[in-house]
Write a protein that binds this ligand. Structure first.
Ligand code: NAD
Ligand code: GLY
Length: 347
């Protein structure tokens, strides 16, 4: 088993092993004191893995109940959250009990936010089952729900007590969601690790399983390092947003219905690299994104996307930050006014 210790304000381990789900009950029992837990999952993931996790926890002395909601981003809202709170009341969950997020980033984000807010804080464990959730959203403590006005507008920082990654779960993932996660993996290579980038670039969506364990480990370790330096996202953590300013604009322009998050990030990384970097690095990035069936452009002018960049959470009082990787493995944070960014991108 591989283990990464994340030394944030409340430290925790990320455990990575194939088939670890079957023995997760023992690991959770060794980590937390309470023996009362609620598994929160979506319908797809619960039907695939819910009984394995529940059984393993019950065999290790836990009283477990399950809250399930319909899969998809449209469930990551205040209505689902309110139903979760009601369920936690019915189950008499106390501050020392634990919520177990079993699923992708949607499940992780809403469960984390419930854990941050219910009774002003309960225990919380992440069992991420998408590539994106394993290498990004389950680590680092960002939790949130969406509002009608935009994605992730209400949230809190709440680090989990444990993260359990089983890469076997990725085998049941729809290939589109695997590609989605690969956009984030490629991002880690671009911002911090040329060797990781080259490893990913020498594979493709058909044979990525050969490198998935090493890749997941390395990506999480990069996230660990960044989050340990800047847990509350006031500086260095912004490098994790490489490709995200334009990526969110692509998602938003198409009403979050045409391009997934990973596809948006892929286009965003390609656009910003084309604008600010050498042809050599742009071509390398594009080839790698295409290996994983990710888009590198969208059929809309940059000018039409720019108003959506101005809505990005990473802007503050008329300023915007964006990330440029002029060399593979090295990220630069550039802060500028929204006007200058628009002029640079739009010209
Ligand atoms: P998701 O949670 O919607 O999962 C994608 C789909 O895959 C869902 O339909 C789900 O039911 C299904 N699924 C999950 N695991 C499966 C498995 N093993 N086998 C088969 N199907 C499976 O989406 P996601 O891409 O994991 O996460 C996206 C969310 O993460 C967004 O809401 C985004 O805002 C959030 N996010 C948060 C952070 C953070 O730091 N907190 C970072 C990045 C993204
Ligand atoms: N996903 C970006 C972050 O955790 O900061």
């Amino acid at each position: 088993m591989k283990k990464i210790r994340v030394n944030t304000s409340t430290p925790y381990d990320v455990l990575i092993e194939r088939d670890i789900l079957r023995s997760c009950g023992k690991i959770i029992a060794d980590t937390v004191k309470s023996r009362h837990a609620v598994i929160i999952s979506d319908d797809t993931v619960n039907s695939l893995y819910g009984s394995t996790v529940k059984k393993s926890m019950e065999e290790n002395g836990f009283r477990v109940s399950v809250f399930e909601f319909p899969h998809g981003e449209q469930s990551k809202n205040l209505e689902t959250l309110s139903r979760i709170y009601d369920f936690l009341c019915e189950e008499n969950i106390t501050r020392s009990d634990i919520l177990v997020a079993l699923g992708g980033g949607v499940v992780g984000d809403i469960t984390g936010f419930a854990a941050a807010t219910f009774l002003r804080g309960t225990g919380f464990i992440q069992i991420p089952t998408t590539l994106l959730a394993q290498i990004d959203s389950s680590v680092g403590g960002k939790t949130a729900v969406d509002l009608k006005g935009g994605k992730n507008l209400v949230g809190a920082f709440r680090q989990p007590e444990l993260v359990i990654c089983d890469s076997n779960t990725l085998k049941t993932l729809n290939p589109e969601f695997l590609s989605d996660g690969m956009a984030e993996a490629i991002k880690y290579g671009m911002i911090r690790d040329e060797k990781l980038f080259d490893l990913i670039a020498s594979h493709n969506i058909e044979n990525v399983d050969e490198i998935i364990d090493d890749m997941v480990y390395r990506c999480i370790d990069i996230k660990r390092e960044v989050v340990e330096h800047d847990e509350f996202d006031t500086g260095e953590r912004m490098i994790l947003n490489f490709g995200h300013t334009l990526g969110h604009a692509v998602e938003g322009y198409y009403n979050y219905s045409t391009y997934t998050h990973g596809c948006g990030v892929a286009v965003g990384m390609a656009m910003i690299t084309k604008k600010f970097c050498s042809g050599e690095i742009y071509n390398k990035l594009v080839k790698c994104l295409e290996n994983y069936k990710l888009p590198v452009s969208v059929p809309v002018s940059v000018k039409k996307l720019l108003p959506f960049c101005a809505k990005d959470k990473k802007r503050s009082s008329g300023n915007i930050s964006y990330i440029v990787c002029r060399e593979t493995g090295k990220a630069e944070i550039i802060r500028t006014t929204v006007e200058d960014f628009n002029a640079l991108m739009g010209e």
